[in-house]
Design a protein around this ligand. Structure first.
Ligand code: ZN
Ligand code: ZN
Length: 413
């Protein structure tokens, strides 16, 4: 049985402007070599016309039906931030924010949703975990700081629900929102109460924390509120090994994709210099992926900045970053394709003209000994449709890869 190396350039696909896309314009000799060596096509990660998030797109590409297993971003972000998330946990994405005004936290107005992009939040994390006491409400919690102003909150206990609202107003100039139940269940009512208590207690601690008094003296915005959003209840999700009988490794810089790897109980190393932005250390990431291939059966190498630059509407930047990636993937051309199935594709399109994810299919190439090499000579969303794969879905790609490396069971006699 062979192995799979799946390389994902996040948001790579684009819509042509005057017949050009960042990928079609970029000079990509190595990607083009892969197109010449392999079988090409276009892919709808979830289904034609569906606009995938990076999380649902990746679940699909890893052989998990997102309609069955996806329940919001909170649990994934929490896993990515290092919490050992368990089924039944209710998790949120968190921003350190700045609020001003008199009265309770819910009377105060959000003046900065990122608290001046604060980054040194270690002490604040500690103060919250040690100082907030929710034991009288019969619930445990873990708060973890993430990168920058971000974090994650996990509630653990009986009778919790994710049918509740955000406390983040998502806009500056508005009051912090009180969490309300979104259905009639006792669980939702109870969870909303817990969240509101957490909001009050964490605000009290943050407001008078020495680090914030220090910041105020320097004229910096206080990180005095935790704004919660993206709530989700962690599902009973089988590990990658249970689901597919393979060992998974995920090489990524962003907490979201690392979180998916951790939720699926894969090997998710911290790669030095891997940031998820355009200055990420691509050399280290490619090395880590090749290293991970030794001990694991299915390796996902995720590269984020193509998506970030697309959200910025930066055609030139996206093109240049693709060229940079092209240089760094050269070692992958030397893999033994009798053993390894190499796939280069994206999790969705993020056209620079739209600045958001769209349902446009993405290009895909599969290189493996024995594939029916087609006549596509250039790795581009404008050429790939001419290849032998035609148009497939993410789940199809996953199965095709498994079939190629002899990990598919026969259907029937
Ligand atoms: Zn994405
Ligand atoms: Zn995106």
């Amino acid at each position: 049985m062979g192995k799979v190396l799946l390389v994902i350039l996040d948001g790579l696909g684009d819509r042509p402007v005057d017949g050009k896309t960042p990928l079609s314009e970029a000079k990509t000799p190595n990607m083009n070599k892969l197109s010449k060596m392999g079988i090409n096509g276009i892919m709808d990660t979830i289904s034609p016309g569906i606009r995938p998030g990076s999380d649902t797109g990746h679940l699909s590409l890893l052989g998990y039906d997102p309609y069955k297993y996806y329940t919001g971003r909170g649990p994934i972000e929490a896993a990515g931030a290092g919490v050992d998330v368990k089924p039944g946990d209710v998790a949120f994405r968190v921003n350190f924010g700045t609020v001003e005004g008199e009265g309770s936290i819910f009377d105060k107005v959000v003046v900065d949703r990122r608290a001046g992009r604060i980054s040194d939040t270690d002490e604040l994390e500690k103060a919250i975990n040690e100082g907030v006491d929710l034991s009288e409400l019969n619930v445990e919690f873990v708060f973890r700081r993430g990168s920058g102003h971000r974090g994650a909150l996990v509630l653990r206990g009986e009778k919790l629900s994710d049918k509740i609202s955000d406390t983040d107003p998502h806009k500056v100039g508005e009051k912090v929102k009180r969490c309300v139940p979104l259905d009639d269940s006792e669980e939702a009512k109870r969870t909303a109460e817990i969240v509101n208590r957490f909001m009050e207690l964490s605000h009290e601690i943050l407001e008078k924390h020495p680090l914030n008094e220090e910041r105020a003296k320097k004229g910096l915005p206080k990180a005095n509120a935790l704004l919660l959003r993206g709530v989700g209840k962690c599902p009973h999700i089988p590990s990658f090994e249970e689901m597919h009988g393979m060992k998974l490794a995920v090489i990524a810089g962003t907490t979201l994709i690392k979180g998916i790897g951790k939720l699926l109980r894969g090997y998710v190393p911290d790669v030095e210099g891997a940031t998820g932005s355009k200055n990420t250390n691509l050399e280290n990431k490619v090395k880590a992926a090749l290293e991970a291939l030794k001990e694991n059966d299915f390796v996902l190498l995720h590269i984020k900045a193509t998506d970030e630059l697309s959200h910025d509407g930066n055609f030139e930047g996206k093109k240049e970053f693709i060229e940079k990636v092209d240089k760094h993937i050269e070692p992958l051309l030397k893999l033994d394709f009798r053993d390894v199935c190499l796939i280069l594709t994206a999790d969705h399109s993020t056209p620079v003209s739209v600045r958001e994810h769209t349902g446009d299919p993405v290009p895909v190439v599969i290189v493996h000994d024995g594939v029916r090499v087609d006549e596509v000579k250039e790795f581009s969303e404008l050429e790939a449709w001419k290849g032998g794969l035609c148009r497939i879905r993410g789940i199809d790609l996953f199965r095709i890869a498994l079939d190629l490396v002899d990990r598919m069971e026969k259907f029937g006699a």
